[in-house]
Design a binder for this molecule. Structure first.
Ligand SMILES: Cc1cc2nc3c(=O)[nH]c(=O)nc-3n(C[C@H](O)[C@H](O)[C@H](O)COP(=O)(O)OP(=O)(O)OC[C@H]3O[C@@H](n4cnc5c(N)ncnc54)[C@H](O)[C@@H]3O)c2cc1C
Length: 416
């Protein structure tokens, strides 16, 4: 397979996923309370085997079309097209549970990863704080020693998806004051630990999210994910793993908005013809389609490059997330315009997408942070005397897999 077209199995899987999302997941999403964790939906994602796809390479098995970063992008794009709530529920399980899959002990994996994969336990990723968002290394939640191999967590986390309803949290805490990214440790904290409380936050999008307060929450070495003071790497590995697929979520929304617009403008009467017969309208639709396709290609190419172990993943993933999330905003806004007032009525698909599409430009690295990463990678390649990264596409033959792993993220990278 090249990065520029999907094979028949991949295309068939996308079609199957859209149907599954329409028929099995959308009805559950519609029954859920907006802005709250929808446990029946998470359970259904588990029963359908879709959560397993988040942990490909972790014994997930299954057809090749469904594997790897590209498989994850196809999954997220297809779910987003048909049911954004299902897509979000799936992605949040991935963010919260990936650190356990990648760094957890056998006990942690059995106790928490297995039920998270099955959709029976809800996971959350707790990095951001009121004073540390893009600059995640500035996080201040303290882990103070409390005996041998034991700490007390004190502080706050903010805008944590699935909080406060999750069953467990991957929490990033400061174990070495003043050490920046190198003084952070990751802990798996069950939701029922004494001293942990949370509140809901109401957002523009119907997104389950909240704030957490830690008042001397006790954790031990058994709760640690990875090594002491190496928790920032756990966070970056997780964010890097999912970055291209945030772009896929955006592409799915753009594609849904585009298809709705094609259908609407083809049947809407205006000035003695249909809306599509107005050249300004047709050109706008052409622009939307072209930008969506360009974004999709960049997302697929970044994911396929990740799967091939090519170098330059950081730049490609950042470009993919940037172009896709910005494009989706443009396309959904244009779709609203071409639908007129009906698009702004509560319950209309575009009203829903208009609220959903805004957040991905901020979370998992705001667009400006992606530009910072892209520029840094370009200048660092230039300083190394490498071919300009944009003038020569990397080939599988020239790839050095070791350099492409998520571990290559520098701890200083602002990525949350
Ligand atoms: C829907 C949603 C879900 C979220 N879920 C989670 C979650 O599950 N877990 C979690 O830990 N966090 C989560 N977050 C928080 C998210 O990671 C942060 O919002 C994000 O990191 C940005 O931080 P901030 O909001 O504090 O903005 P700030 O860091 O204050 O940045 C504000 C703005 O400043 C500009 N800016 C920042 N840095 C730079 C830079 N280097 N160069 C140029 N401009 C810059 C950008 O325009 C940016 O949008 C979520 C957020 C949202 C909206």
């Amino acid at each position: 397979m090249t990065a520029f077209s999907l094979d028949p199995e991949q295309t068939a899987w996308c079609t199957e996923l859209r149907t599954l999302a329409e028929e099995r997941l959308r009805p559950l999403a519609e029954k859920g309370e907006p802005g709250r964790v929808n446990r029946p939906l998470v359970a259904a994602l588990g029963e359908l085997g879709l959560l397993d796809r988040l942990f490909a390479g972790e014994g997930a098995g299954g057809p090749a079309a469904e594997q790897g970063a590209l498989g994850l992008c196809l999954l997220r794009e297809s779910l987003a097209y048909a049911c954004t709530e299902a897509e979000t529920a799936l992605a949040l399980q991935g963010l919260g549970a990936h650190p356990v899959a990648a760094y957890g002990s056998a006990r942690q994996r059995e106790q928490w990863l297995a039920p998270a994969r099955a959709g029976r336990a809800v996971a959350a990723f707790a990095l951001s704080e009121p004073g540390a968002g893009s600059d995640a290394a500035a996080l201040a939640l303290r882990a103070e020693p409390d005996g041998v191999s034991s700490w007390r967590l004190t502080g706050e986390k903010c805008w944590i998806s699935n909080a406060p309803e999750a069953d467990f949290y991957t929490v990033f805490a400061r174990t070495t004051p003043g050490a920046g990214a190198r003084g952070v440790t990751a802990f798996l904290v069950p939701a029922d630990r004494a001293g942990l409380t949370g509140t809901h936050l109401d957002m523009l999008s119907p997104h389950p999210i909240g704030a957490l307060a830690f008042d001397g929450v006790r954790v031990t070495g058994d709760d640690m994910l990875g090594e002491p003071d190496r928790g920032f790497r756990v966070a970056m590995t997780t964010l890097n793993r999912f970055r291209p697929s945030v772009g896929a979520f955006a592409v799915g929304m753009a594609a849904a908005a585009l298809d709705a617009t094609l259908a609407h403008t083809a049947q809407r009467d205006a000035f003695g013809a249909k809306l599509k017969d107005l050249q300004a309208v047709a050109h706008q639709v052409a622009e939307m389609a072209t930008r969506t396709e360009a974004a999709r290609l960049m997302v697929h190419a970044a994911a396929a490059a990740y799967d091939r172990g090519e170098p330059d993943i950081a730049r490609r993933a950042a470009m993919a997330k940037l172009i896709a999330t910005e494009t989706a905003q443009y396309v959904v806004d244009a779709a609203v315009q071409l639908h007129g007032a009906r698009a702004l009525q509560r319950g209309h698909l575009l009203e829903h997408l208009y609220r959903e599409v805004r957040a991905p430009r901020i979370y998992e690295g705001a667009s400006e942070v992606q530009r910072t990463i892209i520029a840094r990678e370009l200048y660092s390649a230039e300083a190394d005397g490498a071919q300009p990264a944009t003038s020569q596409p990397a080939t599988p033959e020239s790839a050095t897999p070791e350099s492409a792993t998520p571990e290559s993220a520098t701890p200083e990278e602002p990525s949350a």
